[in-house]
Design a protein around this ligand. Structure first.
Ligand SMILES: Nc1ncnc2c1ncn2[C@@H]1O[C@H](COP(=O)(O)OP(=O)(O)OP(=O)(O)O)[C@@H](O)[C@H]1O
Ligand SMILES: [Mg+2]
Length: 245
């Protein structure tokens, strides 16, 4: 569970200070899906960076299962990120000189997984996102949608608890966008992930159980219900455990 309390982030450049987040309070239960929307420059990516432990707040605390990401050591934070948090970006961020399989394997290196097991798990993860026949392809030999699938496999191969996505469909055409969203929603359900996503897409935002709107660094929450799913992710998790790749 995430508990953010009074999260403020200031960026200072010379004499100028930008207050990107202003006292954000937010609780996110395990297995929840939260969609974040808002105008450009409002603080969405900054909030995601705080939640992902990629950066630290200027004030306030970001607790994940009782551990404050704002104050733990850099080494512990790096370890926690490697184990628990998968992140997907708009621009895929794949390494161009590595194959799809090698890109996915990079997520397992910091966890000390041996090469043979890395290769096997990366192949399984790529198969589960529909790319079992593209293991040896370089990113430049894949379509945009396929590249994002590789990035999703890389985020999930370590079996994280949390999946963060910053405009994951922002660079994709409409059809591909729906494919990727369907895939992400399916993975969220199947693995009981805590799934937090920034998107400009109103049709996606409308479907989200919880919607956070961020304007000028301040957050407003809207509970929209759980849609027509038969089970909450927590219930699915309780039934099946976090199995799979
Ligand atoms: N590293 C940085 N240094 C200085 N200012 C920054 C930095 N990162 C973000 N900002 C500023 O903080 C504010 C919030 O930025 P952020 O990237 O969180 O917005 P956003 O809501 O994600 O916008 P977009 O929809 O365009 O991605 C902006 O005014 C931005 O200029
Ligand atoms: Mg952003």
């Amino acid at each position: 569970m995430y508990k953010l309390t009074g999260v403020t982030k200031r960026y200072t450049r010379g004499k100028e200070t930008v207050e990107a987040l202003r006292g954000v309070d937010l609780t996110i239960e395990d297995g929840d899906q939260l969609v974040i929307q808002g105008p450009t420059g409002g603080g969405k990516s900054t909030l995601l960076q705080m939640i992902g432990g990629l950066d630290r707040p200027s004030e306030g605390s970001v607790e994940l299962d009782g551990v404050n990401l704002a104050t733990i050591s850099e080494a512990k934070l790096t370890r926690l990120r490697a184990e628990k948090i998968g992140i997907i970006f708009q621009s895929f961020n794949l390494i161009p000189t590595l194959t799809a399989q090698e890109n996915v394997e990079t997520a397992l290196v910091p966890l000390g997984v041996k090469p043979a097991e890395r290769r096997e798990r990366a192949a399984e993860a790529l198969t589960s996102v529909g790319l079992g026949d593209r293991l040896k392809h370089a990113p430049s030999e894949l379509s945009g949608g396929q590249q994002q699938r590789v990035a999703i496999a890389r985020a999930l191969v370590k079996k994280p608890k949390v999946l963060l996505a910053d405009e994951p469909t922002g660079n994709l055409d409409e059809g591909t966008r729906d494919d990727i969203m369907g895939l992400l929603e399916g993975l969220w359900h199947e693995y009981g992930l805590t799934f937090i996503m920034v998107t400009h897409d109103s049709s996606i935002a409308r479907r989200a159980p919880r919607l956070a709107t961020i304007k000028a660094g301040q957050i407003t929450l809207t509970e929209q219900g759980r849609g027509n799913g038969q089970f909450t992710p927590q219930q699915q998790y309780a039934q099946h455990g976090n199995q799979g790749y």
